[in-house]
Write a protein that binds this ligand. Structure first.
Ligand code: F3S
Length: 288
């Protein structure tokens, strides 16, 4: 039996950078004369183990704007998803130290929507309206942005007379779905620009997962239960491989492999630490 681990499984560049930033801050504070509390604005990644480890090291998670309002001093690390301009300003106004670990690819979207909305264009964000990255992007638009997630949303969008649009995407959105939605918008007669801001890391991870799943008899997708990119990977793999399982860590894995199983594929979402992937991989390699 062969085990194939996707090369693109696990932390992407932006998440790796954000997590490392928090650990660096912990080290810096250990060495500092006056120690400051460290906060992250939202969990740094969708991974309970990592968040727990950081908590054990004294890092606290600010769950909301109200939590932030209550902080008197300290360091606030911004996660890779980014935040809106208003929250950024609030951190500054409160005299807190802001350590911005927004992924540069997300920052690029902030810059685009800020510039284009100031020019008067209607910003259309293709993505999940409840996702913090989308919330953050909305927060850089000088006029309200529209979020389009489904074909129905795209069809229901009524062009404003003489107003051009600027379409961007949540970095983790499915590429094919993005193209379909853009097509619908084009058919409705919109003018303006479309910037594909889907991150390559996601595209690569999805393409590789699909390829491995199409050959595999059993496919294992590892990631946090609340991670939308992991859920998307699971969706893609399930279409290719009937026996696809979604686990958070080795503890969830309940594998029964029949003799006929030739290939087990493994992939993992963007917030899955390497040690968890390794654990699953070596278990499958050694136990079967
Ligand atoms: Fe950044 Fe792409 Fe990851 S946008 S956070 S490198 S998925």
């Amino acid at each position: 039996m062969e085990v194939k681990l996707a090369k693109s499984a696990g932390f992407c560049f932006g998440v790796k950078r954000a997590v490392e930033t928090v650990y660096e801050q912990i080290e810096e504070q250990k060495a500092a004369d006056k120690k400051l509390p460290i906060y992250t604005y939202g969990p740094i990644i969708h991974n309970e183990q990592v968040v727990k480890d950081l908590e054990d090291k004294g890092v606290r998670v600010l769950e909301s704007r109200e939590d932030l309002e209550a902080v008197r001093e300290g360091i606030v690390v911004i996660r890779s998803h980014g935040i809106g301009k208003e929250i950024c300003e609030l951190i500054g106004k409160k005299g807190l130290i802001c350590v911005d670990a927004t992924c540069p690819f997300v920052k690029r979207i902030h810059n685009i929507v800020e510039k284009e909305s100031v020019r008067g264009r209607q910003i259309v964000i293709i993505g999940n309206p409840g996702h913090p990255e989308v919330e953050g992007i909305k927060g850089w638009c000088s006029s309200p942005a529209v979020v389009v997630e489904s074909e129905k949303d795209a069809e229901n969008l009524v062009p404003e007379k003489d107003r051009e649009i600027c379409v961007v995407s949540q970095t983790t959105f499915n590429y094919n779905k993005f193209q379909d939605l853009v097509e619908i918008l084009k058919k409705s007669g919109y003018n303006g620009s479309v910037v594909n801001t889907i991150c390559n890391a996601t595209e690569e991870r999805q393409t590789e997962a699909k390829e491995i799943a199409s050959q595999a008899d059993v496919m294992i997708v590892i990631g946090g239960a609340h991670s939308s990119n992991t859920r998307k990977l699971y969706e893609i793999c399930s279409r290719e491989c009937a026996q696809t399982c979604f686990i958070q860590s080795l503890a969830d894995l309940n594998l029964e492999l029949s003799e006929s199983v030739r290939l087990v594929g493994i992939t993992a979402g963007a917030s899955t630490p390497n040690n968890i992937i390794e654990e699953v991989q070596s278990y499958v390699r050694n136990e079967f």
